[in-house]
Design a protein around this ligand. Structure first.
Ligand code: UDP
Length: 330
């Protein structure tokens, strides 16, 4: 079976490609390398550089390769950037999905596992968040992904393309052997920013807001290890191959950590002081996001291996310490 991973040179994509290769799957990677890194792609995967908005690119790859299923990561994913430039998000994320589904329909590819997000829920009415809770995004990134879920739903109704939407909470960590990890430029995510300060490649950081209605006033998030997340994609593809119907699953640890708790955990793991200041709130941030993830455990058989946030941070630290310039390609 050949699986095409779109956005397979990105952070979560590259870890999924590595796990698929380890599981003995035949893997094809498509990536435009705008944010991805060529070196992050496992050498056993066949690589095609191009953009998912380009129908001719998709049709040329799908003509050369007999693709059985798609895992789709190719998207922009930075909440504050989406607030400033929403059309960039609707064009690449939502527009890209339309082109992709057209190509899948044309080439008879009937299965897609899709990286959705907790940001589709917006400010939750109750915690933990369940899959059938209302989806009311508070930022264009979440809105672009919610639209993609809806487009997939109607493509299932009309063309029978089956999908699994995996709604990620906060993803962190790196491949435990230190071979690949997180490298965004600019970096906007909390854990890598904290670890860049610890590694001495950044002077300090701000915690965005300490007046939220949470235990210490800072935002609370649910962190899941990138390798556990990668494994969930493989299980989701298996679920579709076994005849599972279109479905959506939260992927989180069901535990919340405040931004200050994450900072303190990182101080403990690294043994560094990590200077930080409290700054203003960041636009578009919900105060608390914690997943109910029993559905993925029950139906997909997902069993996350990392249940301790310090262990998650330790794998990220291993990567940041050994790769202070990331992949070093930009
Ligand atoms: N955050 C912060 N300082 C930073 C970057 C992020 O305080 O320099 C906070 C952010 O406001 C949010 C949490 O860390 O409360 C997680 O943000 P991140 O961008 O890592 O992921 P998101 O939740 O937006 O997907």
């Amino acid at each position: 079976m050949t699986i095409a991973v779109l956005g397979g040179a990105g952070y979560i994509g590259s870890h999924t490609v590595a796990q698929l290769v380890k599981a003995g799957e035949d893997v094809v990677v498509l990536d435009n390398l705008i944010t991805g890194h060529r070196q992050a792609v496992d050498p056993k995967a066949r690589f095609y550089q191009g953009d998912i908005r380009d129908y001719h690119f998709l049709s040329s790859v799908f003509s050369q390769e007999k693709i059985d299923g798609i895992i789709h990561f190719a998207a922009f994913s930075i909440v504050p950037e989406s607030m400033k430039d929403p059309l960039k998000y609707f064009d690449n994320n939502t527009g890209g999905m339309i082109t992709l589904l057209e190509a899948m329909h044309q080439f008879g590819i009937g299965k897609i596992v899709f990286s959705s997000t907790a940001a589709t829920y917006g400010e939750p009415k109750s915690i933990p968040i369940k899959e059938d809770d209302p989806q009311v995004p508070t930022n264009p990134y979440g809105e672009s992904k919610l639209a993609m879920e809806k487009i997939m739903h109607w493509s299932d109704v009309a063309y029978g393309i089956k999908f699994v939407a995996l709604r990620y909470f906060n993803v962190a960590g790196a491949m435990p052997d230190g071979s690949i990890g997180e490298d965004h430029n600019p970096e906007t995510h909390l854990i890598p920013i904290i670890l860049q300060v610890a590694a001495g490649t950044r002077d300090g950081l701000q915690i965005f807001g300490d007046d939220y209605p949470t235990k210490d006033g800072t935002n609370v998030r649910d962190y899941v290890h990138v390798v556990d997340l990668a494994d969930a994609h493989i299980l989701a593809m298996k679920y579709l191959n076994d005849g599972g119907d279109s479905n959506a699953f939260n992927l989180g640890s069901a535990t919340g950590f405040s931004n200050l708790e994450i900072l303190n955990a990182a101080r403990k793991v690294t043994g560094k002081e990590i200077p930080a200041k409290i700054g203003p709130r960041r636009a578009g941030d919900p105060s608390t996001l914690i997943a109910a993830s029993d559905k993925a455990r029950k139906i997909l058989g997902w069993q996350p291996q990392y249940d301790d946030v310090e262990k998650v941070i330790a794998t990220a630290w291993n990567w940041h310490e050994s790769h202070p310039k990331g992949f070093g390609d930009r």
